[in-house]
Write a protein that binds this ligand. Structure first.
Ligand code: ZN
Length: 342
């Protein structure tokens, strides 16, 4: 209110005192000024009324996400009515994040916390949530949003749920955001959630989601077309980060450098993998940026395969600034590697 009303009154003052006394202002100029005032007055009033509601930083929904991919999706839907930040960086292994202490303060002020779930963040996020002392984002509170509830989850456990032998995917594969269809499902869930929180902005969020869906579907058509020549190609990946990506883009993941998710490569497993890759003619080893390249490189030497470092998350490289650029980057790198190893 203050900003616009003072802006308005100073504008009027300047207009009236700029030159001669009021009586000497010519008639056409007076008319022009009156017309301007007739436009400016209601405009200023509208702005003054709106300003405290939509313009101040406080009115934005303060969202924290566990990972950068969720932050990108929340930003797509929330536009300038949300303030989004991720705890994990895009180049970090999302299973093992060492969060900066400064995130405690941010979490304590958050209205919404969006997590990947399926125990991906179990090693680092629960203590942060507890220490934030923020009742809004505690597990089960309205401000705790588990994105896995909206996504298509692969590798669901069939028997007893266990982390036996160190398996870090006991509830199904938590790397599900690497499928644009899941990106859409998550974005829809976020749209509904933030519309509940700010009913007055529901139409804005709906329009943002629709635009995002349209752009993503268009981009996905291009990605699918780029990947089509390599449909069914066999690949090996370091960690089980790519089942959703592989399913969506028609790749065939036949083995892993890790014996089990979260378990470092063992000599025996590596020997078996090399044998399998030779038998099946596998020429691509997809590696996430946070793993040691020693074992993948030695496997590549033995098999004639190429090690391709792909980014599982937004921000893994500077140029990967959003969810779209993530697929742009990975698909371009894969395409090049397939062409070079054929
Ligand atoms: Zn994992």
């Amino acid at each position: 209110m203050n900003f616009f009303s003072s802006f308005y009154s100073s504008w009027v003052r300047t207009a009236l005192t700029r030159s001669e006394p009021f009586e000497e202002i010519s008639m056409p100029r007076l008319l022009k000024m009156t017309r301007l005032t007739a436009i400016a007055m209601p405009l200023a009033l509208v702005f003054a009324l709106l300003f405290p509601i939509v313009g101040s930083a406080d009115s934005k929904i303060r969202i924290m996400t566990a990972t950068t991919d969720l932050a990108s999706l929340a930003q797509e839907v929330g536009g300038d009515k949300v303030d989004v930040e991720s705890v994990a960086r895009g180049y970090q292994d999302p299973h093992y994040v060492d969060p900066k202490p400064s995130f405690l303060l941010k979490l304590s002020k958050a209205e919404l916390l969006i997590v990947v779930g399926l125990e991906l963040e179990i090693g680092w996020l629960p203590p942060l949530i507890t220490q934030s002392s923020n009742p809004r984002i505690q597990v089960g509170a309205p401000g705790y949003f588990d994105a896995s509830r909206f996504a298509r989850i692969l590798e669901l456990p069939t028997g007893q749920v266990t982390r036996a032998e160190g398996d870090v995917h006991p509830l199904g594969n938590p790397h599900y955001w690497l499928d644009p269809d899941n990106g859409l499902r998550i974005a829809k869930g976020i749209q509904n959630k933030i519309s509940e929180m700010r009913p007055n902005d529901a139409a804005y969020f709906a329009q943002r989601y629709d635009a995002f869906e349209q752009r993503l579907k268009q981009s996905d058509q291009q990605w699918q077309a780029q990947m089509k020549p390599y449909a069914g190609r066999k690949v090996v990946t370091y960690h089980r980060s790519w089942p959703n990506f592989a399913e969506h883009f028609g790749l065939n993941v036949v083995g892993y450098v890790e014996p089990r998710p979260g378990i470092p490569p063992s000599p025996q497993h590596t020997v078996e993998l090399i044998g399998q890759m030779k038998r099946e003619g596998v020429k691509i080893i997809m590696v996430e940026p946070y793993f040691d390249l020693k074992t993948p490189n030695s496997i590549a030497r033995e098999t004639g395969a190429q090690v391709v470092v792909l980014m599982p998350s937004v921000g893994g490289e500077k140029e990967i600034t959003d969810y779209f650029k993530l697929f742009d980057y990975d698909i371009a790198k894969l395409k090049k590697a397939f062409d070079e190893t054929h």
